[in-house]
Design a protein. Structure first.
Length: 124
């Protein structure tokens, strides 16, 4: 549109402006719904089958390696189950020790506001 046609057009009433805004919101929500549907389809048809296949292959490898695990445990007179339990305990303690800073960071970020240079409006 040219400037002349914009200036000659009558201004929209509040009701018309509200309708236009509601239509825009509806279109945006429809687009979001479409994107969620597409993401769900991709996950269910492409990603999950590959993950399930990986799990099946991993189980087959684990079953095949059990003999060798028992063989090496017997020859070295050790139990790898104890080592695995110690590693799990270390993982749990590591995760717990790193939870507090992330909670502080999240609450600290919520309190901050940033002033934009253009209009002075605050945003997160």
């Amino acid at each position: 549109m040219s400037r002349a046609s914009v200036s000659s057009a009558r201004p929209l009433s509040l009701t018309e402006e509200l309708e236009k805004l509601e239509q825009s919101i509806t279109l945006t929500l429809q687009e979001i719904d479409h994107n969620f549907s597409r993401a769900h389809r991709i996950v269910t048809t492409s990603i999950l089958p590959v993950v399930e296949q990986y799990a099946n292959h991993s189980n087959a490898v684990w079953e095949g390696s059990k003999f060798w695990k028992q063989f090496f445990e017997a020859s070295a007179n050790v139990s790898l189950l104890q080592v695995e339990q110690q590693e799990e305990e270390e993982d749990i303690s590591y995760a717990q020790s790193h939870e507090e800073p992330s909670q502080y960071t999240a609450s600290h970020i919520d309190d901050e506001t940033i002033q934009t240079e253009d209009d002075g409006a605050s945003c997160l």
